[in-house]
Design a protein around this ligand. Structure first.
Ligand SMILES: CC(C)(COP(=O)(O)OP(=O)(O)OC[C@H]1O[C@@H](n2cnc3c(N)ncnc32)[C@H](O)[C@@H]1OP(=O)(O)O)[C@@H](O)C(=O)NCCC(=O)NCCS
Length: 318
């Protein structure tokens, strides 16, 4: 169903097919250029998130809405929004349309979404929208609608340009090797390591395989650090945007048995080196504000915090 915006300024409809993900990724690239050095998201994020399609019983068509400048599908995409249980709203708006009207339309959609779903058998109680400090118009739009900033879940966006960066040599202790993911057994070992590095992870072999089938997945950017026993000690997955030549590393992880031994740094450098050989000229890595190890690692790679994304919350019922 297409919904016309107030005053006919735009129209919106739910996600329909994977072609919509391509449109959303193209908007990411457009925003990336305008927002550099503080981009909100990378097209690879969308492929990476899409692996969770179906989690919590919500299809992408129930999570994602697209806004067009005029008639849906007959005009440019100007915004998209992605709703995740229990109450999270990610939104991207083209810079020239970042005003209160479009923020309101997105919030209305997300509020209706939240009100119509249950999480673990319980009604959803709020909408929690994420917005970067670098987009004050979006933040102002949310504040106007009585969204309040909440503590926690801040995300640092680290970026850097690669020109002039002499990548350091990677040296590993005897028995450790760096290579790209190459087999079904690797996928299993990679998922095992990922679940150890991120204890709250719901990653499965099936979901990782789904990520490998996405448009922007490149086997040459899926790096593993292999321990002497053959297990995966660390991993970094790079996503290269062919439009902006920007690479994002997402995710990065080191098995708890191997942390603080230089392996996170090594596997990130391997992925960045490979991306540069494919043309990457700039990069993004995001880290949660309460993760000193990740914040330390990305700063040690010469990336700088370009902006912070913060959560803003509004209860469904006042
Ligand atoms: C974040 C993580 C990838 C770091 O990997 P690591 O292999 O432990 O880090 P390294 O040994 O390569 O450290 C490189 C640099 O990062 C910084 N760093 C690493 N761990 C740190 C910590 N606990 N506190 C502060 N700085 C830290 C330091 O600058 C370090 O250099 P130094 O050891 O010479 O001081 C790892 O801790 C991890 O996987 N954590 C769980 C999953 C996760 O949070 N992933 C990142 C999500 S964005």
């Amino acid at each position: 169903m297409t919904v016309a915006g107030a005053g006919g300024g735009w129209s919106s409809r739910p996600y329909e097919t994977p072609a919509d993900l391509r449109l959303m990724q193209a908007l990411c690239s457009t925003c990336w250029r305008a927002d550099w050095p503080a981009p909100l998201a990378h097209p690879g994020d969308l492929d990476w998130w899409s692996r969770d399609a179906g989690d919590g019983g919500l299809a992408l068509s129930e999570r994602i809405q697209l806004w067009f400048a005029g008639e849906a599908d007959a005009s440019d995409l100007i915004a998209w929004a992605w709703f995740n249980l229990p109450s999270d709203l990610d939104l991207m708006i083209r810079p020239d349309r970042r005003g209160p009207e479009l923020v309101r339309s997105i919030v209305e959609w997300a509020t209706a979404r939240a009100a119509s779903v249950v999480n673990d058998g319980l009604p959803v109680e709020a909408v929690q929208a994420f917005a970067p400090d670098s987009q004050p118009a979006v933040v102002a739009g949310l504040r106007e609608l009585q969204f309040e900033p909440v503590e926690g879940r801040t995300l640092a966006h680290f970026t850097r340009r690669f020109d002039g960066w002499q990548l350091p040599e990677i040296s590993l202790p005897a028995g450790f090797t760096l290579r790209t993911l190459a087999s079904a057994a690797d996928v299993e070992a990679r998922v095992t390591c990922g679940r150890a590095a991120f204890p709250a992870s719901r990653m499965t072999v099936e979901k990782y395989e789904a990520a490998r089938r996405t448009t922007l997945y490149r086997p040459a950017l899926d790096w593993l650090l292999i321990a002497p026993d053959g297990g995966v000690a660390a991993f970094a997955l790079g996503w290269l945007d062919p439009v902006t030549l920007a690479v994002e590393l997402e995710p990065v992880g080191v098995h708890p048995d191997f942390q603080r031994q230089g392996f996170g740094r090594a596997v990130c450098l391997a992925a960045i080196r490979a991306a540069r050989s494919m043309g990457a000229s700039q990069g993004l890595i995001c880290a949660e504000g309460n993760n000193p190890a990740a914040l330390g690692l990305y700063a040690s790679l010469g990336y700088e915090i370009a902006t912070w994304t913060r959560p803003y919350r509004r209860p469904l019922r006042a």
